[in-house]
Design a protein around this ligand. Structure first.
Ligand code: AFP
Length: 297
């Protein structure tokens, strides 16, 4: 089944149009990766150097979303202020997750959260979420509150439409993989101790350095991904609005749980657009156990 047909039957009309616009734009982004790898001298609002592909993908997705006439605003990890428009859905996005992986040809991705209220808003206000993987395949994984579904881009003549790959994806019961970001020496001690215990339970360490890629294998194999609290930076690295909450929403729809170490990621009310949070996400039992270790220490 093609993406637009599936969305027509399974998603609210406005969200279906937004997902369809993102699908088309994602192919433009993917096609452009080899041509956009030079560094620009600009920095993004968090002070990181932006690469041409970051700026390009940001602009492609902002145009695609605002031209639907359905979004009130688009906030992006790459923009200091949201782009205003005239619809009702607020979109928060990380247009290019894992850009430091471009040169090495590891997976990269894009993350989108569709919020019912003005940003910054808590994950509880999400109407749906979607992520794109540009890896061995270009896939769209999304939920609009009724399960997690996946489509894959396949070449058909001059275009690359998305075909159904899987419906109602669920985390497998037996967890197999784990991936933790940052340096071990900088993690809080409860995270380091938990990480140490995982191999003994039969899990394998699999880490590529792109949240979307690392989470995607947790969804397929079961397990846990984390960018944890650091001893010197208790709020971690990943952005609540652009990264943590949309992925937590999808993960919850797949039967998992996502925590900031004290409670559900979806309950965080970010004070600012770029607020960060520690993130522990994946199989429910593992994440609850780590949350308990952290919050009772
Ligand atoms: P880049 O977009 O700068 O490559 O960062 C990717 C990211 O935000 C997220 O996708 C990863 O999970 C995390 O950083 C990896 O960080 P470490 O390199 O510190 O493990």
């Amino acid at each position: 089944m093609k993406l637009d047909e599936f969305l027509r039957l399974n998603a609210p009309e406005d969200l279906a149009s937004l997902a369809s616009a993102i699908a088309k734009a994602s192919i433009d982004v993917w096609d452009s990766v080899p041509f956009k790898t030079g560094l620009l001298s600009e920095t993004n609002p968090s002070g990181e150097t932006q690469k041409a592909i970051d700026v390009f993908s940001n602009d492609v997705f902002v145009d695609a979303l605002t031209s639907t006439g359905l979004v009130a605003e688009v906030a992006s990890e790459e923009m200091a202020e949201p782009a205003a428009s005239k619809g009702s859905v607020s979109v928060a996005m990380d247009p290019l997750d894992g850009s430091s992986n471009v040169e090495t040809n590891n997976p990269i991705g894009s993350i989108f959260g569709f919020y019912s209220s003005k940003l910054p808003a808590p994950g509880r206000d999400l109407l749906g979420a979607l992520y794109v993987t540009y890896g061995t395949m270009v896939t769209l994984t999304f939920s609009f509150g009724k399960g997690v579904h996946r489509f894959v881009a396949v070449r058909e003549g001059g275009s690359m439409p998305f075909q159904l790959m899987g419906v109602n994806l669920k985390l497998p019961e037996k967890p197999e993989v784990y991936g933790f970001g940052g340096r071990r020496s900088e993690w809080i001690s409860q995270v380091a101790a938990f990480w140490e215990s995982l191999e003994g339970r039969g899990l394998r360490n699999r880490y590529c350095g792109t949240f979307v890629g690392d989470y995607n294998q947790v969804l397929a194999r079961g397990g846990i991904f984390s960018y944890p609290a650091l001893a010197k930076n208790p709020r971690g690295k990943l952005r609540v609005l652009y990264e943590c909450a949309p992925m937590a929403y999808i993960n919850e729809q797949a039967g998992g749980y996502a925590s900031d170490g004290s409670g559900n990621i979806l309950d965080i009310q970010p004070g600012g657009l770029a607020d960060t949070s520690p993130l522990y996400i994946g199989s429910s039992e593992l994440v609850h156990e780590l949350e308990k270790n952290i919050s009772t220490a």
